[in-house]
Ligand binder design. Sequence first.
Ligand code: ADP
Length: 400
Amino acid sequence: MREPILVINAGSSSIKFSVYETAADRTLSAAAHGQVEDLGEGSDRPARIEVADGRGRKLIDKPIAAKDHAGAMAAIHDWFAEHIGSEAGFSGVGHRVVHGGLAYAQPVRIDAAVLAALDELVPLAPLHQPHNLAAIRAVSGLAPDVPQVACFDTAFHRAQPPLAQQFALPRELTAKGVRRYGFHGLSYEYITSALPRVAPDCADGKVVVAHLGNGASMCAIEAGRSIATTMSFTALDGLPMGTRTGALDPGVILYLLQHEGMSAAQIEHLLYERSGLLGVSGLSSDMRALLASSLPAAKEAVDLFVYRIGRELGSLAAALGGLDAIVFTAGIGENAAEIRARVCKDARWLGVTLDERANAAGGPRISGSDSRISIWVIPTDENLVIARHTRRLLDAGTSN
Ligand code: ADP
């Protein structure tokens, strides 16, 4: 395979990965996608590696002995050498890294100094950053000469106006980095890159993108630049999610600490793992299960999700000072026609009308011909954004 790029998205119990081949004109095509699942102490099943080719045909699916990120990376490395192969192995590895702090507004080639700086950001994203960095270290151990690139979920939002990045806290806390960072930036960057092709009239306009997956956020974008977003210091803020609360009065945390006798660890577990769609429904964090259920609590969880999207849409439209387009993306945004229809119905006050047939068919354009705002469904592709950045930084490095 020509100059393959490996893209790694490492979570606590899984590593998702993609392999891209580089064409002579330096464009990239997806050759394989895969994951290693059930890593770590918490899992009672053996870890597995699954890989499919660029068209989704299964290449392998088998248990492996890996217990941690190093073991998982070794399994990915071995699979590649055995089944795909390339004289020189990967030409580069791109990583999704959740937090780039204030320093990293762009992807960066990883060296010891960068890794040390990213380590210092662990307290800002304790549930994600350590796993991202463990995967980087595992690759360094396996293939020390292969260049690695970090691409940050926060970077796209560094272009926001300063006010959009600020909490009303004393200045010394803001200076220490307690501020709104925003996440899902690689997804928003992909959508921004796709707009000139899919919806050229909107590419320079005022757009709200709704990234609705297990993690969910929305972003106001003007002429390709992030103006405001619903997530802030952590990936807890904003919309209710599969298992996360979304925005919560900070007084609730004080109440839980002072009157419910909960520890910080218990509150962390509550906010990240037991709330959101799961907490309200008492049934599931999975939107498909909630839409299929007749339980009143399941309906209420969906109602709250849609209601909060509508509230944030108004807020983001105000931050933009107008609105030309709304884009739905990620698992729920791309697949749940019912949720899109309900969000659009609540947005009638903005002059939104829906083309129901186009919505049922999944778009890309789902607004009615008389709609004042165009509405789109665009599948996101964060891994491709990471692969493109990695290719670009490697090519810039070799031509210097
Ligand atoms: P992650 O944030 O983990 O990447 P995804 O973007 O894969 O999440 O989104 C997962 C969510 O998408 C789940 O709530 C799932 O139920 C929902 N989803 C996927 N397909 C459908 C569908 N056909 N209808 C409704 N919801 C769907």
